[in-house]
Design a protein. Structure first.
Length: 282
């Protein structure tokens, strides 16, 4: 049955892939861009929509000035708030809202399932907590809400696209100690997860990462192996901090999560290990 699906952030790396995936499945896509985030425009765009996929948000891997932190809040928490407000104005509500969050909600000490409440104590953790909180308010309107906590999404774009040039030139290397965890997911598995929760009408929190997290060092070594390039140029932590400011936490800290709920529901990952994912993409 053809569904009408609205996607915020449809012009981003993940948004484009999600849009293409559901178009190929035969669904009707309504793209919602930054200019559409007024109450009046959103209500108009959401008329007749059955599923909303909320992917709006400015890039995380960037220097976090105080001004940019405000932009991160505006582009995630505030946009989700107005999205839910627009839903409240609709006579016919969508049945399902799938909103995005991130692995950065957790601390960098434990291995986290969806049941974990050991959140971090950082700007990013608080951003994710508030982001999820706004999305969950749609439940009060009778809308089923699913939260996807993304790990690093690997595909032909995003983080991998930024990483490849130095590695191809033979000047890639680990970041800091390289021991930090990297919870990742291949873009194909992510797209299949969206279809899976819609098809099975699943709500609640889901960790979107493979069952086999890696480390920055292992990922570095595998990239070098697959590309047949040396990886002898580590990037010291102080350099990363100078470039990204507080945003360096995303690259230096690392959090480890596993997709317990997806596995319990019967979802099968196509790419479990980092080497499988890198070989497929590179």
């Amino acid at each position: 049955m053809i569904k009408k699906i609205a996607i915020t952030g449809a012009s981003g790396f993940v948004g484009k892939a999600v849009s293409k995936h559901f178009v190929e499945m035969g669904d009707e896509i309504v793209s919602i861009g930054r200019d559409d985030f007024t109450l009046e425009k959103l209500v108009e765009k959401l008329e007749g929509v059955e599923v909303i996929i909320n992917l709006a948000g400015s890039p995380i891997v960037k220097k976090w000035s105080e001004k940019y932190k405000k932009e991160l809040i505006e582009s995630r928490v505030n946009t989700t708030k107005i999205l839910v407000e627009a839903i409240s104005k609709l006579e016919e509500k969508p049945t399902h809202l799938i909103s995005t969050s991130a692995v950065g909600i957790y601390n960098n000490i434990d291995t986290h399932t969806e049941e974990s409440i050991n959140f971090g104590n950082s700007f990013l953790s608080n951003l994710c907590i508030n982001w999820e909180s706004e999305a969950k308010k749609a439940e009060e309107l009778g809308v089923m809400v699913t939260i996807f906590r993304f790990g690093v999404v690997l595909g032909n774009g995003g983080a991998l696209k930024k990483m490849l040039p130095p590695f191809k030139m033979g000047v890639g290397g680990k970041i800091g100690s390289g021991k930090q965890a990297v919870s990742f997911i291949h873009i194909e598995d992510l797209l299949r997860a969206y279809f899976f929760v819609i098809e099975h009408e699943l709500s609640g929190v889901f960790n979107l990462a493979t069952p086999q997290p890696t480390t920055n060092l292992e990922m570095t070594q595998i990239l070098g192996k697959v590309l047949r390039r040396p990886t002898l140029f580590p990037v010291p932590e102080f350099v990363v901090k100078k470039i990204f400011g507080d945003g360096a936490r995303v690259l230096i800290d690392g959090e480890k999560m596993v997709p317990e709920r997806l596995l319990e529901e019967g979802f099968e990952f196509k790419f479990n290990y980092i080497e499988e994912a890198i070989i497929d993409l590179c």
